[in-house]
Design a binder for this molecule. Structure first.
Ligand SMILES: Cc1cc2nc3c(=O)[nH]c(=O)nc-3n(C[C@H](O)[C@H](O)[C@H](O)COP(=O)(O)OP(=O)(O)OC[C@H]3O[C@@H](n4cnc5c(N)ncnc54)[C@H](O)[C@@H]3O)c2cc1C
Length: 473
């Protein structure tokens, strides 16, 4: 690490750290990026976890938020060779003894599959998609409301602020109800909690407005593209260097921390005023995940062949089953029939596996810090909708909360979103403030998914923190 001479130091190379670093470097600052792991990317890493030639996204894989993000739209990583690949069907939700619910790019075609609920899907999820980037920009930069987006945000807010169990009552058909619950379950909350409908509306709408793509070759490609940009701007990047104390960093007027409150407390310690330390210590982490990656010798044998074209597959059955599974986790239990999020990246990007072979990525939610092996429960749900799946498995790789946290210290207890995304921590992330990215330490900013707008690959925490740093005190 150079001893000095930097205008800004960024700790952590997740999407938020990388985006923040790019914004600072593009403004002409000399940037140093320091990463604990031997490779950069945080939640964007791709590794051959199972067998040679099978490329698995260790964390994030379906990246609609990257296409929707105002920050990544401005940076445009496609200029650095990043290619987003779209599956024929963004998302499918198989049902027992009935055709799967399919969420397609086209709102009308999707609605047509929902029978009597067609108009309701268009009026809710379809209308959210129709509000376009002004609404998305508002939701991803919630504290910077552009006046033009107020009306769309208000309309969205009426339904979105409700629990998914309430807004979900608008739908009568099992397929539309299940599809909506599957989208809302991305909240990783009890679906009876406020704002969970907002997750369902937004995630569903993104399938229509931007799609649910994967990155060619793996999510690592997005991190690589951002690093290429950074290097082109003269930034220095150091990997394999875990920062344990802020005092280890070379002096610089600006420091961005792509870290969650627990690590910030450890790094900054007594430098932070007691009141702020107490507020950070009160920040709550959310449920964890248990994840499996598979190398397959053939595609997943879905009972409903229409599911074969889907990138993302929600495996849990009915609306009621999704709600029950997520409620069990929120109450500290392990669902016997969990809500399983599966992604078959090869439908969009065959380069993930050797010719004719496939990968499958799957996880379910578990209580924070759980040590329970959920392999059998996850595979039970896959076999339920794809009998014979087990016969196609060449190799599997499992990661529970402890393994995820060892891979990336930000995934505390297996929490993939840098803290619970409930309504209280939507408003106070990690503290209630007009600019929660700012810390009481001059020039030190938080930029991880523990800041607004929260989890997901959008880089908005980094974008906002860098914007504040450039604006000055
Ligand atoms: C299993 C899983 C599946 C997911 N699926 C999706 C998905 O499909 N789509 C989606 O949009 N999002 C998904 N996410 C969420 C997404 O990956 C995260 O929200 C996102 O990566 C957060 O970005 P970040 O920059 O805030 O932090 P991170 O990506 O967590 O990066 C933080 C970085 O900081 C480094 N670091 C930590 N401590 C130190 C230290 N002391 N010194 C130096 N470096 C340090 C870490 O090594 C890491 O590289 C998933 C996450 C997981 C774990």
């Amino acid at each position: 690490m150079s001893p000095d001479g930097f205008d800004a130091v960024v700790v952590g190379s997740g999407p938020n750290g990388l985006v923040g670093a790019v914004r600072l470097a593009e403004a002409g600052l000399r940037v140093l990026l320091v990463e604990a792991a031997d490779t950069f990317g945080g939640g964007l890493r791709t590794e051959q976890l199972t067998l040679p030639g099978f490329h698995h996204d260790v964390c994030a894989t379906a990246l609609p938020l990257a296409l929707a993000s105002p920050a990544l739209r401005a940076i445009d990583p496609t200029r650095d060779g990043v290619e987003f690949c779209h599956p024929p069907v963004p998302a499918a939700h198989p049902l027992d003894g009935a055709p799967a619910a399919l969420v397609l790019r086209d709102v009308d075609a999707t609605a047509a599959g929902f029978g009597a609920d067609a108009a309701r899907w268009r009026a809710t999820v379809g209308a959210t998609a129709g509000a376009g980037f002004p609404l998305v920009d508002t939701l991803l930069a919630p504290l910077d409301l552009p006046p033009a987006a107020l009306l769309a945000a208000a309309r969205y807010g009426v339904l979105g602020a409700l629990p998914a169990t309430v807004t979900g009552r608008l739908f009568r058909e099992p397929a539309a109800r299940a599809a909506f619950a599957g989208m809302a379950a991305h909240a990783i909350l009890d679906l009876g909690a406020p704002v969970t409908a907002g997750y369902g509306l937004l995630i569903g709408a993104l399938a229509h407005s931007v799609g649910w793509p994967v990155v060619r070759g793996g999510s690592q490609g997005l991190a690589d593209g951002l690093v290429t940009r950074l290097r082109g701007l003269g930034a220095e990047i150091v990997t394999g260097c875990r920062v344990r104390d802020l005092g280890e960093l070379p002096p610089a007027p600006v420091t961005l921390l792509d870290l969650t409150p627990r690590q910030v407390l450890a790094l900054a310690g007594d430098r932070l005023p007691t009141g702020y330390r107490r507020r950070l210590a009160r920040f709550r982490y959310g449920a964890g995940v248990f994840k499996l990656d598979y190398a397959l010798d053939a595609p997943v044998p879905w009972s409903d062949p229409a599911v074969a074209g889907a990138g993302t597959v929600h495996l849990a059955g009915t609306f009621e089953e999704v709600v029950a599974a997520e409620r069990t986790v929120a109450r500290g239990g392990h669902a016997e029939r969990p809500f399983v999020l599966g992604v078959q990246a090869c439908t969009a990007d065959p380069s993930r596996a050797p010719e004719g072979k496939h990968t499958f990525w799957a996880y379910c939610h578990v209580p924070n810090g759980s040590t329970v092996d959920m392999t059998a429960a996850i595979e039970g749900q896959i076999e339920r909708f794809a009998p014979g799946f087990g016969d196609r498995v060449l190799a599997r790789h499992a990661m529970g909360p402890a393994a995820l946290e060892a891979h990336n210290a930000n995934e505390v207890g297996g929490d993939i979103n840098g803290g619970a995304g409930d309504w209280r921590q939507f408003l106070s992330r990690p503290v209630l403030a007009r600019h929660p990215w700012r810390t009481p330490l001059p020039g030190v900013y938080l930029c991880s998914s523990s800041t607004p707008p929260g989890g997901g690959v959008h880089g908005m925490g980094g974008w906002q923190a860098a914007g504040l740093a450039l604006a000055g005190p």
